[in-house]
Design a protein around this ligand. Structure first.
Ligand code: NAD
Length: 482
């Protein structure tokens, strides 16, 4: 790929670009064509060990000695470098992940925003002084965990690096990042930009590799003081169990089956683009995808007709052609989605989008599909499909809407569309979700907004100022001075 200005088949450890200790490599595939486009390191235990050691040295060395203001300055500078290379990063991401170029551009700008936000916030995290007994002075300090491990998925590498590595560095942690094997080129590009911007050696280390090799080695490493995991429920459970062996705190950002709930009094014109895009952005491979549309019965026919119209206008094709949807990430992901569609043959298809005629035969394309009159207990209404599929479920009243919305075990995101202000407030309280959006979906993806799940969607918060508390430890200092 001509956009790459660095070697991709390396680990970045202690400021050095080095091949994996095993000299094993993994192929990089372009999901728009299925063709190989390069190779990456297959990091294993030895590389993770070296990365954790380098991070520990950085924490005790020049990185650990920097003031919060200096750290903020470095992050802001990395943000400027990201802005300077935003188009290159977007093209790399589009090619590696398969997401349409416009979406990849937005991810690159979001990464820059995270670095600006956390760069500015680094020296604004404070402890408190506490009123206590006579003769005592008590105060709290916010300190870094030390070495933080970051295991991330392939669907939004740049955004997730920004929110997790950005916040961890702002607090003075030294990071070991294990990107997903399916898409790690922008993680390496980010490390290159951080190096060029002057981040001290070892403050950020990147070890690409397989989940059950490099990922498992990082999750179980006794030298890691905190793990930030973003990915699937099944792997999240394993990561938490591994980290528990040395009692390391874990943030889990997992999946969802997020509903958008549309009442009959909603402004359907305003809602329509959010209903469709909320479910189909990145071909539905989004943790917070609105894979369930719950609609009040009175509005059911009109909503289905309008959503079906929008689906019929959707085009799927290669990422760099920048259509509405790109391919799925891999042949495996395509199989998973087609398997779910096979299990939904008893359901009514209201509409499908179209794959362009000249889409490369080797690409992992799936036409988006809108399924209607779906019983809330159906597998396709309960499980995370992670593909371009939305189900529409009718409800009778507010109570039933809440019961269906809260009925999957997941609790990531929910949206409510209604003009009734009192109902908005009631619903916001009754919905079991980490985020509730009223008359919007995703709130523009603002980096300022804390984000995370409840229930099977995970625990802990990233994004916003809140993330800085998660990436730090509170120490209480109590002085008796008489
Ligand atoms: P995944 O769980 O398969 O992989 C995520 C990461 O974990 C990858 O880097 C992988 O290599 C690693 N991994 C795999 N096995 C491991 C093991 N045994 N030990 C340690 N690490 C291991 O998830 P995915 O398919 O890459 O991503 C899709 C999932 O991520 C979806 O469920 C999606 O909802 C979720 N997700 C959640 C959020 C959020 O913010 N809540 C954001 C994006 C994606």
């Amino acid at each position: 790929m001509r956009e790459l200005w660095f070697e991709t088949d390396r680990c970045f450890i202690g400021g050095v670009w080095q091949p994996p200790a095993s000299r094993d490599f993994l192929a990089v595939e372009n999901p728009s064509t299925g063709a190989p486009i390069g190779s990456i390191a297959r990091g294993k235990v030895a590389d993770i060990d070296a990365a954790v050691t380098a991070a520990d040295e950085a924490r005790q060395g020049s990185w650990g000695r920097m003031t919060a203001t200096e750290r903020g300055r470095v992050l802001t500078r990395i943000g400027q470098f990201v802005r300077g290379r935003a188009e290159t990063l977007a093209r790399i991401e589009a090619t590696d992940v398969g997401k349409p170029l416009t979406q990849a551009r937005s991810d690159a700008m979001t990464l820059a925003r995270y670095l600006e936000f956390y760069g500015g916030a680094a020296d604004k995290v404070m402890g408190h002084s506490l009123p206590y007994m006579d003769g005592y002075t008590v105060y709290t300090l916010r300190e870094p965990h030390g070495v933080t491990g970051h295991i991330i998925p392939w669907n939004y590498p740049m955004q997730i690096i920004g929110r997790s590595v950005g916040a961890a560095l702002a607090m003075g942690n030294a990071c070991v990042l294990k990107p997903a094997e399916e898409a790690c080129l922008t993680a390496l590009a980010f490390a290159k930009l951080a190096e060029e911007a002057g981040l001290p050696d070892g403050a950020l280390n990147v070890v690409p590799g397989l989940g059950d090799e490099a990922g498992a080695a990082l999750a179980s490493h006794p030298g890691v003081d905190h793990i930030s995991f973003t990915g699937s429920l099944s792997v999240g459970r394993k990561v938490q169990a591994e980290a528990a062996r040395h009692v390391a705190p874990v943030t889990l950002e997992l999946g969802g089956k997020s509903p958008q709930i549309v009442f009959a009094d909603a402004d359907l014109d305003a809602a329509l683009p959010f209903l469709v895009n909320g479910g189909l952005q990145n071909a539905g491979q989004t943790c917070s995808a609105s894979s369930r549309i719950l609609v009040e019965r009175r509005l059911y026919d009109e909503l289905v007709e309008r959503m079906a119209g929008a689906y019929r206008a959707l085009w799927v094709g290669p990422a760099l052609e920048d259509l509405n949807l790109g391919p799925l990430i891999s042949s495996r992901q395509k199989e998973i989605v087609l398997d779910y569609l096979g299990k939904g043959q008893d359901l009514e298809t209201a509409a499908e989008g179209r794959i362009i005629g000249n889409a490369p035969a080797g690409g992992y394309y799936v036409a988006p599909r809108l399924l209607t009159r779906v019983p809330p207990g159906h597998r396709l209404a309960q499980e995370e499909i992670f593909g371009p599929v939305q189900v529409v479920i009718p409800f009778a009243d507010e109570e039933e809407a809440v019961s269906i919305a809260n009925g999957t075990g997941y609790g990531l995101v929910a949206a409510v569309w209604t003009r009734d202000g009192a109902r908005q407030m009631r619903m916001a309280r009754k919905l079991r979700a980490g985020q509730v959006y009223l008359n919007n979906y995703g709130a523009g993806g603002g980096v300022e907004l804390p984000f995370g799940g409840v229930g099977l969607s995970g625990h802990g918060r990233e994004k916003g100022f809140e993330a800085l508390y998660g990436f730090s430890v509170l120490k209480t200092v109590a002085a008796r001075h008489g």
